[in-house]
Design a protein. Structure first.
Length: 255
């Protein structure tokens, strides 16, 4: 469950200082390029560009890998399954399609991770209200959900220890392990719903949402460097597509 605990980047890192909305827009730009490009070269170039940005996040690569290794495993698994079960067969075309799909999924996941792992939840809520013009209910609700994530992690560990203390173990049976995990997830879901209900009641009792307007304690503005991140994402995405088109490997996802 360590991958669900918050990552604490260096606040002085370039990507950590960037505006949250700018990082989200840059990630969406790259994701859009990856969604429409089915060739492995475009995904590989975008993935290489994102990998070069990892030192700019202020997050140690070891910690980032410890939290995101399931994404890497899922991308590899999907690529292999696409080759084995896909209609393209196991030839060169099938392997290229599988590699392209795996790289695309990995690049999409990494773009989202870099944008969210370097963003403070409070800054994200403020930026969503001021720049994305989202409702305070949506923005602060998302903030509360992120803040409660460590509590869910702690409750999961308590449930696991409580079952172990009662002698409830799955042993070597994968079926029993899945059954026990589903039971723990149900208990965690019930606890989360109850906590969310109490939190919503407390927020309403304190006047949250009673007035149509809210004051902003920390004004945030887009700076030139923030626009630079968006421009860099656009350049990376368009450059990857142009390189693929020049080599004749670019393929539209619905083509």
């Amino acid at each position: 469950m360590i991958r669900f605990t918050p990552i604490r980047p260096d606040p002085a890192a370039p990507l950590a200082r960037a505006d949250p909305v700018a990082k989200l827009v840059a990630a969406v730009v790259l994701m859009a390029v990856l969604f429409v490009s089915a060739d492995p070269l475009t995904a590989a170039l975008v993935l290489a560009g994102l990998a070069l940005c990892v030192p700019l996040t202020g997050v140690p690569p070891r910690d980032l890998l410890a939290r995101t290794w399931p994404l890497l495993l899922a991308a590899v698994s999907v690529g292999v399954l696409n080759v084995v079960l896909g209609s393209s067969g196991t030839g060169a075309v099938g392997w290229l399609a599988g590699i392209g799909l795996g790289l695309r999924l990995l690049a999409i996941a990494l773009a989202g991770v870099l944008a969210l792992a370097t963003t403070d939840p409070t800054d994200l809520a403020d930026a969503l209200q001021q720049q994305a013009r989202l409702s305070p209910r949506v923005a602060v609700g998302a903030l509360a959900a992120v803040r409660l994530m460590p509590i869910l992690v702690a409750e999961w560990q308590i449930l696991r220890l409580a079952r172990r203390a009662r002698g409830v173990e799955a042993g070597r049976s994968p079926v029993a392990a899945v059954r026990l995990a589903l039971g723990m997830l149900l208990a965690l879901l019930v606890s989360a719903v109850r906590r969310a209900t109490r939190l919503a009641t407390a927020m309403e009792a304190r006047g949250f949402g009673a007035l149509p307007c809210r004051t902003i304690a920390r004004p945030m503005r887009m700076r030139a460097t923030d626009w630079g991140w968006i421009a860099a994402a656009a350049i990376l995405g368009s450059g990857a597509v142009a390189s693929s088109v020049a080599t004749g490997s670019w393929r539209f996802v619905f083509g």
